[in-house]
Design a protein around this ligand. Structure first.
Ligand code: ADP
Length: 612
């Protein structure tokens, strides 16, 4: 151990020399010696001894007390006065410099050593105490957690700056408050109870509670405290942490994890090497692998061997670029069965660009695929059977036409040649047969027209619908004139259609409007209106109208609402209209009120360049 070093300040050379030899005998090292105050200050700074032995009366303007004061301030060295003077005034002045000893001359060697050792000890303790205080002060001031002390009644004794941040109150305000004043009202009772237990039972305190901040906001906090008995008082030394954000995040996380856990889609989280870290119950349901069976393995357990290798290559290229992959895979269930799955895999970048995890979300689309395939089969079957039916109707009606014409012709011949020879009953029978044949011919020709809408339809070409309507009216001229009907129309567009079919469409609708007229003079109005990407046409009449319950039925083949006696017809007209409109990619419907008239509407797609 190195020796204790000492600076001697003494104006009497002989005394100084004597002192130095005494100190050497006691095992100290004399670093230097000064005779004047100013000199002592300089040497103390330069030599940095462990201790200064200071005479009070010195030569020169600066005496020992003044020198000691400067030394203590600038070098923090312990000073022991060595003096022959013990007058009150000097002692008083010396005291103010907080000396570590005061030795009156003459003195014993033992006395000197005791004083020196005591002074060094005291000085060391003082310095350690000061350093420790500084350390704690720094921690107190800079701690991100609130640190505070309250008395047994909860009154703040000290509070650090973090307490100000957490509560919103200044330290000065806090020192006039109790901890209970800060409590959120719903937390007060519980907090008071825990506080009292800590103070009275001298228990540590751990408490999650909430504050009403000065700005009115609520702060969730975590308080830890320990009671400390100081004399007759008990105080609680506490730290407090604001956990508002953490609790909010915890809540959000809980919500998220509940949502993911209870999702109907299977969810699996893997690390960057595709090792499964977590799966939700839906994943287990989908794959047959429980959480315990899936975790630690890779999704390769689901491999079916049915997916082309390019699919996996494309998947990994996409994922390693950091982009999500979406696609369909055939996977194998634990029970060996194959499942069609639709999947989205998203790479997770937790810190910057590095991929840390993958999240796979998938659903079983086997059922959807099955239904889709069944639907496609049914649609194909339906199309085939429709085609067959049309073919049959066409062939049947075509082939029926010939014999029917023969029957009609012979009945007419019979009527012409023999009616004069027959009685009234026979003539009536012949007329009935002729009418029946005629009706059947109409029916067959309508049926033929119906069956030929799709298969026998003409080519689509741009056509001015004003012209097509005019043609239809031309064909209806006789019945319009007979009914005294007025037909008006607004300008119609030019569209790409099957012109013959659209003419027939207008003809059927206007023909019906004339046929099903009421008591009032018949008025028919045809208009067209552009609605988004389609033209909506309407044929409005003021005829007998239709009950809403029949709005659907009348578009079916052979469906009529009246007997032939009241209104002639075959019940095929609107079915043909529906087929024509649908062949053009539109829909047809009716709006009507019995007795008020009807509006038959149909839509046709507008060319995409049509001005809006
Ligand atoms: P048809 O006219 O040969 O009876 P449709 O298929 O053209 O056959 O019409 C079916 C039924 O719809 C008609 O019998 C009639 O009851 C009703 N109907 C059609 N158009 C009108 C209309 N403009 N006003 C009232 N009823 C109508």
């Amino acid at each position: 151990m190195s020796k204790t070093t000492i600076l001697i300040v003494e104006d009497e050379e002989i005394v100084a020399a004597d002192l130095a030899s005494k100190l050497a005998r006691l095992g100290y090292e004399v670093r230097g010696s000064a005779a004047r105050g100013e000199e002592a200050v300089g040497l103390a700074r330069e030599l940095q001894p462990n201790l200064v032995l200071m005479d009070i009366h010195l030569k020169g303007p600066m005496d020992g007390v003044a020198a000691a004061e400067v030394i203590r301030r600038q070098s923090d060295l312990p000073v022991i006065y060595l003096t022959a003077h013990s007058d009150r005034a000097t002692v008083q002045r010396a005291k103010l410099t907080e000396p570590f000893g005061y030795i009156l001359k003459p003195f014993e060697e033992l006395e000197l050593e005791t004083h020196i050792e005591m002074a060094l000890y005291k000085h060391r303790i003082e310095r350690e105490l000061r350093q420790s205080e500084e350390r704690y002060r720094l921690l107190f001031d800079r701690s991100p957690d609130g640190v505070f002390v309250v008395d047994a009644a909860g009154r703040f004794v000290v509070a650090n700056p973090a307490c100000e941040i957490i509560s919103g109150y200044s330290a000065a305000e806090l020192l006039r408050m109790t901890f209970m004043d800060l409590c959120a009202p719903d937390q007060l009772a519980r907090t008071v109870e825990v506080f009292h237990r800590a103070v009275n039972g001298l228990e540590s305190l751990q408490l999650e509670t909430a504050l009403a901040r000065k700005d009115g906001r609520r702060a969730e906090i975590w308080v830890v405290g320990d009671p400390l008995v100081e004399g007759r008082k008990t105080r609680l030394h506490c730290t407090v942490r604001d956990i508002t954000e953490r609790k909010k995040k915890e809540g959000e996380l809980r919500l998220l994890s509940t949502a993911v856990a209870s999702a109907v889609n299977g969810v699996a989280i893997t690390d960057r090497n595709a090792q499964i870290l977590w799966v939700n119950p839906a994943f287990s349901q989908l794959t047959g692998y429980t959480f315990g069976e899936a975790v630690g393995r890779t999704p390769r357990i689901l491999k079916s061997g049915r997916n082309p290798p390019e699919l996996y290559r494309e998947m990994w290229t996409t994922l390693l670029k950091g982009e999500p992959w979406h696609g369909e895979l055939v996977n194998r269930h634990k029970d060996g069965s194959l499942r069609d799955e639709e999947m989205t895999i998203t790479p997770v970048h937790a810190h910057g660009a590095e991929i840390t995890h993958f999240v796979a979300i998938k659903q079983d689309i086997s059922e959807r695929r099955r239904v889709q395939a069944a639907l496609e089969r049914t649609a194909a079957d339906l199309e085939r059977s429709n085609r067959d039916l049309e073919q049959f109707a066409y062939v049947a009606s075509h082939d029926l036409q010939e014999p029917l014409r023969a029957v009609g012709g012979f009945v007419k011949l019979l009527e012409r040649r023999f009616s004069k020879d027959l009685d009234a009953k026979a003539v009536e029978f012949i007329a009935g047969a002729a009418e029946g044949a005629e009706r059947m011919e109409r029916l067959i020709s309508d049926l033929l027209a119906f069956s030929r809408v799709d298969a026998g339809g003409g080519a689509f070409a741009p056509a001015d619908l004003n012209r097509l309507l005019a043609e239809a009216l031309e064909n209806l001229q006789a019945s319009i004139a007979a009914a005294g009907a007025k037909v008006a129309s607004d300008p119609l567009p030019t569209l790409t259609v099957d012109p013959a079919q659209v003419t027939r469409l207008f003809q059927n609708l206007v023909g019906n409007a004339v046929k099903f007229r009421g008591e009032r003079p018949t008025q028919i109005h045809v208009v067209a209106q552009l609605e988004g990407d389609r033209w909506v046409f309407s044929v409005r009449d003021n005829g007998i109208g239709i009950e809403p319950e029949y709005f659907e039925r009348i578009f079916q083949i052979f469906q009529r609402l009246h007997t032939r006696k009241h209104y002639p017809g075959t019940g095929i007209g609107l079915a043909i209209c529906k087929k024509i409109v649908e062949r053009h990619g539109g829909v047809i419907w009716v709006e009507s009120q019995p007795g008020q008239g009807s509006v038959f509407c149909f839509s046709l797609p507008a060319p995409s360049s049509e001005p809006a």
